[in-house]
Design a protein. Sequence first.
Length: 515
Amino acid sequence: MNAIMPRATVEDIVGYAAKSLEMFDVAFDKIEDADRAIKAAHETARRAYPGVNNYNYEKADEINAFHNAVKLPDRDRYMRTATRLVHLNAWAWIIQRTDLERLMDKEAKDKLRAQMAYIPEKIDYHTQQLINGEEIAKGMPPLTVDNIMATLEQFMLDADTIFRRGIANAFSKLDRRFLSHDGFKIGSRVILTHAFNSWGSLDYGYVRDTLIDIERVFAILDGHAEASFTSALNALEHERRGRHGRRQSEVETEYFKIRGFMNGNAHLWFQRKDLVEKVNKLLAEYYGEVIGDGQQAEEDPFDSVKHLPAKRYGFYPTPDKAIHHVFRDTSLLQRADRPRLTILEPSAGTGNLARRCMHTVAELDDWSGGRAEHAKNYRFDNAVDCVEIQPSLAADLEAEGIYRRVFSQDFLQLQPTTTGLYDKVVMNPPFDRERDIDHIMHALKFLKDDGDLIAIMSAGTEFRETKKSVAFRALIEKMNGRFEDLPAGSFSESGTNVNTIILRVRKDGKGGRRW
């Protein structure tokens, strides 16, 4: 830790920051003295010339400006601003002086800047803002020696994860297949679409950021700590300088060969196979163990169901952010004159999705904007069943006492003849080795003819070329279902960085409404 920033240096920074605020407080006293002195001078001057008349009205604006040359600010606001700016600049200098900045990708830097944007005297840690779909704390901790040391230590603990995530982010920009947890390997070439505009100039948004992020990854893995990460960008700009219109071009740098084409695209070849291998290893470490297996050889792709439980039962609890996306376009309301909704969560785990399917009178009242008579038109007694293979978790669900039934068994061994059919199935099944497809195919059997299913799945489902995935996509298309991306890292807090999607499908194929 001392190699990052010695504690003595941190103590000096905090000391100077505190001393400067004391001096700003004294400076305000002097501004007050100046304000009183100027007001007294103007009051005396008015005895010599009471105001503007026909002879000096042309100078009225200049006279008013002179009278308001010093405007006394509110003392509390002045000191709050001084504190916020001193702390902000101190934090910025601390981060820049460490070795952490070069490991951060654009997303990490954006989040840090957003967090540092506000540093009030008293931080409300419950106040949140959304940056790229993720909740970010509003403000850094107060500028103290202990807070700085703790923050730097945490950054160092997270540095490897931040760097690996940066690699994943950089390559996911190039091809949607990189969003698949089992399609993460890069080869010898990638394609930069729309790299050049119709005038032949380099795109300064997506392409610029992508080139810098990729070169940053290769330079750091190659041990170039002081690299600027812009040699590829500079080479392209130099080759294109003074020329206009779409045309072919080619440049080579230490890490890349980049060829531009007439259609505005560019192909980027990696020059160093050893660095490609390092990138792929780090991507595998980042995405974890939830990796799909190879091609399926069976005749019917849905016949081969993996009945043995996944490692850890594929248990990754559904985080609140993912739950929000699941139910954002899902109606759980039922009119009072209709039978109550029946809902199933298979592989319920801790019941995060099932619990969200329960309504309370207060929620309905809030939904109706406080119009109690409107809330009375709807039911709030959804019948929710859970299935959970782990006995301890099933017992916890039973102990909550809010679910109609809890089945303590493997969902794939349960049949709808035991449970009956449901209006909705809401699920977060195991992802690995296409188990999510197995579980969803089984779950469709539990739906009423007009029932609908909402499921979280591995993003690989959209991209894999295994027979099972291809057949599954064809089935969902036939049923007019749809896939939606969840934000990258939606399950990071649950222990996996696998990218995920939401499937929404109605059993009778009549999609296109709220699910």
